[in-house]
Design a protein around this ligand. Structure first.
Ligand code: ADP
Length: 468
């Protein structure tokens, strides 16, 4: 046990005094000192006592003071050391906070009493909330998760029981401007604070654009597949028409032969023979007409199977896909430029019907234009009507043909050398009319043609009044 210095000094002093009192007279007696000298010796004794104890006290105090100075020196050094360590700690904490704040991804450190200890700039910049609004987890949950707040807080508080990193998956957060973003969370426990609170670090990756791009890619794929289906349908119609013209050759040549026999040998034939020839002609005509009717019914039936089903579609993407698909189907023989000055994206239309419109107009523009000439596809919106325009720099259409080109099977005289069924524009007209829209054409022979389709969007117009 370490005694206090003053207690030690007092103890030493008492011991010396007691020893002196007890044994000084015994010393005098031992040396048989004359009693007359006793008073003088007592004085000397007292003075010696004072001197001896003074000297002892001096030595003792000097030792104590030296020790105290040394201790003070050591203490000062320790205090400086601790202060330096604290400074280093503070600097490292500042650096740590700065590192969190400047991290390029959303990061948040929070304690199990709900206090938010640090958050990175992207956390509040992306979400749009002020750091002052996010002092506690409850505030964040209220702002970002709304009605799901309680469930999300439960999930967050379970993170304090973690022993290692966990990937929590995607969470939709609501931003200050009302938009929603998708964050992919991963959290790691960071141990305990000196006050024993447990802390967790949550890191988020904003995957909103990635997910949107994936959805757009899927949508693009879907559009492409549907467009290809339409192309097949169109090819089928062309094949049907080709088959029809082939099948008609049979009855027509029989009719021609019967008619020739009647014309050249009719006079010499008896009544029965002539009636037989006329009967052959009649039956072949009936057969040919039935063939035509069946084929038209079949072609139309296949095309008419789609009702008018308007939905919110990405018209911008549909135009792009159509342009690229038609272009690649025609071996990129004509550059197709797409212009969308009004930056239209969505419109309420029937996707299948619009696909047919685009497919036929773009294919015609390429078919009736010299190789390498540009075809333009434009979309715009005017007074609630969506405008689709296909412009080419091709051979154009004469004034005589212009009023008839939307009739089924009509083909201009000057395109006989180009393969076609004469059905494409009647299909376009049909699809436009199902939308209660209108289609028009401007053309200059030798300069090119411009087809304009105007489609009303449901709810934006009293469409019945506007049908052309
Ligand atoms: P097809 O192209 O199979 O003949 P369509 O019904 O698509 O049948 O077109 C009817 C007619 O209209 C064509 O035969 C052609 O004479 C004319 N036509 C259509 N589009 C164009 C165009 N872009 N340029 C010139 N003529 C066209």
């Amino acid at each position: 046990m370490q005694l206090k210095p003053q207690v030690r000094i007092a103890g030493v002093y008492l011991i010396i005094a007691t020893l002196w009192i007890l044994f000084s007279d015994s010393v005098l007696f031992f040396f048989r000192i004359d009693s007359s000298l006793i008073p003088s010796i007592s004085i000397i004794k007292g003075m010696a006592y004072v001197l001896v104890t003074g000297a002892i006290l001096f030595l003792h105090l000097r030792r104590e003071f030296r020790q105290r100075d040394k201790l003070e020196e050591e203490l000062r050094a320790r205090i400086e050391e601790v202060q330096r360590a604290r400074l280093v700690l503070e600097q490292s904490e500042t650096r740590f906070r700065k590192a969190i704040e400047e991290a390029p991804v959303p990061m948040l450190i929070f304690a199990d009493n709900g206090e938010v200890l640090a958050l990175s700039r992207p956390w509040y910049e992306i979400s749009g909330y002020e750091p002052a609004e996010l002092k506690r987890l409850e505030h964040w949950a209220e702002l970002a998760y709304g009605p799901q707040k309680t469930a999300m807080l439960d999930r967050i508080y379970q993170l304090f029981d973690l022993t290692g990193r966990v990937d929590e998956g995607e969470v939709i957060i609501r931003c200050r401007d009302g938009s929603e973003r998708t964050w992919l969370f991963s959290s790691t426990p960071l141990g305990k604070l000196p006050d024993r609170r447990r802390i967790v670090l949550s890191i988020a990756t904003d995957v909103t654009e990635l997910r949107q791009a994936q959805t757009a890619a899927l949508e693009h794929e879907g559009l492409k597949a549907r467009f290809q289906k339409e192309q097949e349908r169109n090819a089928l119609v062309q094949r049907i028409i080709a088959a029809l013209s082939h099948d008609l050759r049979g009855p027509l040549s029989v009719i021609a032969t019967a008619r020739d026999s009647l014309a050249y040998y009719g006079q010499r034939m008896d009544e029965e023979k002539r009636a037989e020839k006329l009967d052959v002609i009649g039956r072949q005509v009936a057969f040919a007409l039935a063939l035509v009717d069946d084929t038209v019914d079949m072609a139309r039936g296949r095309l008419s199977e789609a009702d008018y089903r308007p939905a919110r579609i990405n018209i911008e993407a549909l135009c792009r896909v159509s342009a690229s698909e038609v272009s690649s189907a025609k071996q990129d023989s004509h550059p197709i430029s797409f212009s969308n000055p009004g930056r239209l994206e969505f419109a309420v239309l029937d996707e299948v019907l619009v696909t047919r419109i685009l497919l036929n107009l773009l294919s015609n523009a390429i078919k009736y234009s010299p190789e390498g000439s540009e075809v333009r596809l434009e979309i715009d919106r005017r007074d609630g009507w969506l405008l689709l325009r296909v412009i080419d720099q091709g051979q154009g259409i004469s004034e005589t043909d212009l009023p008839h080109i939307f009739e089924p099977f009509y083909r201009a005289e000057d395109v006989r050398s180009i393969r076609g069924s004469g059905l494409g524009l009647s299909i376009v007209k049909d699809c436009v009319e199902r939308h209660q829209g209108r289609v028009s054409v401007e053309s200059q022979p030798g300069r090119g043609s411009s087809f304009t389709v105007e489609l009303p969007e449901p709810g934006s117009h009293d469409v019945a009044d506007q049908v052309s």
